[in-house]
Design a protein around this ligand. Structure first.
Ligand SMILES: NC(=O)c1ccc[n+]([C@@H]2O[C@H](COP(=O)([O-])OP(=O)(O)OC[C@H]3O[C@@H](n4cnc5c(N)ncnc54)[C@H](OP(=O)(O)O)[C@@H]3O)[C@@H](O)[C@H]2O)c1
Length: 282
């Protein structure tokens, strides 16, 4: 398959580059495929003529989205509509990556795809708009994921390891629960989903759940680092954007669609620690 990947400098795009080897991959730089410009999207898609577009590009800085709502809507919402139109014209498949932040987090059991959405942040609202826009393409797959990280990129794992390397004491929130998910696991899952022609809305996170504090503790145990780590509450660290307190996503639909490649989160973390550089064979 000929595959066009947006947001080529991001952490998920890097994993797609590695996990989708064997397909004909095109990852243009942001200066060329700038999602804020409809003309750029149209001309790149027309030139590349992909079978599949994987939209890894997004305005992902959740707190900044609160003060830059217009730009967030443009990148996370409107641009997805432009991609959907361009894919529709070609008959291409559009894979849109979405988020657990479309839910308000008041639930206490894993959210299913059909559960009502109610974002509590600008980021969540704009990503939900992106879902609506993606659905305008007949061949669309919207994959909601959560708490993405890997050995590369700006993410919670690297923030924790960096803090530990500086010998800092750490207080980490223990009252937000979700599923840490590795970019490589999601990239493999999306590849299988494209090959198997999945359609519609699906939840794609690693299995199980923990808190940010639980995730930090598991990271330090896996790395055998002695860190002064203690739990705290969300209210101890106010941020511009609200986050859902509970955002675990139910994976039953994914398991019913075909190859389920999402491992338990602890297994996925062990893979990243043991094999920071992964290749398609890993
Ligand atoms: N990270 C998470 O925890 C998480 C959780 C759930 C869902 N997701 C979703 O997963 C997807 C991948 O996220 P990620 O973690 O890989 O994020 P990331 O590392 O921040 O990657 C996003 C990429 O999009 C690029 N981008 C921003 N504006 C752009 C524009 N106008 N044109 C082209 N590219 C642009 C960014 O470039 P710059 O860095 O230069 O801005 C960045 O390289 C996103 O859809 C995100 O919403 C992420």
């Amino acid at each position: 398959m000929r595959v066009l990947v947006t947001g080529g400098s991001g952490q998920l795009a890097h994993a797609v580059r590695l996990a989708w080897a064997g397909h004909d991959l095109i990852l243009p730089e942001e200066a060329i495929l700038d999602l804020s410009r409809q003309e750029a999207i149209r001309s790149v898609v027309t030139e590349v003529r992909p079978d599949v577009v994987v939209n890894c590009g997004a305005f992902t800085q959740v707190d900044r989205c609160e003060s830059e709502a217009e730009l967030a809507l443009l990148i996370n919402g409107t641009a997805v509509g432009w991609l959907a139109e361009a894919c529709e014209d070609l008959g291409a498949m559009l894979i849109q990556v979405s988020t657990d932040y479309v839910f308000d987090g008041a639930g206490m059991t894993p959210y299913r795809e059909e559960d009502p959405t109610s974002p509590v942040s600008v980021y969540g609202h704009t990503k939900l708009e992106g879902e609506r826009q993606a659905a305008r393409c007949s061949r669309h797959l919207i994959a909601r994921t959560s708490w993405l990280y890997d050995a590369w990129g700006k993410n919670f794992l690297n923030t924790m390891l960096n803090a530990a390397a500086h010998g800092r004491s750490l207080r980490v929130v223990d009252d937000q629960r979700g599923a840490p998910t590795t970019c490589r696991a999601l990239a493999r899952q999306l590849k299988a989903a494209a090959e198997e022609q999945w359609h519609g809305l699906v939840h794609a996170t690693c299995q199980g759940e923990t808190s940010w504090h639980g995730f930090a503790k598991a990271i330090f145990e896996a790395k055998e680092l002695a860190v002064d780590l203690s739990p705290c509450n969300t209210e101890d660290y106010p941020t511009p954007a609200r986050r859902p307190a509970y955002s675990v996503l139910d994976g039953a639909r994914r398991r019913s669609l075909g190859s389920d490649l999402m491992p338990p989160w602890q297994e996925a973390l062990a893979e990243v620690i043991d094999h920071p550089e992964f290749s398609k064979e890993a």
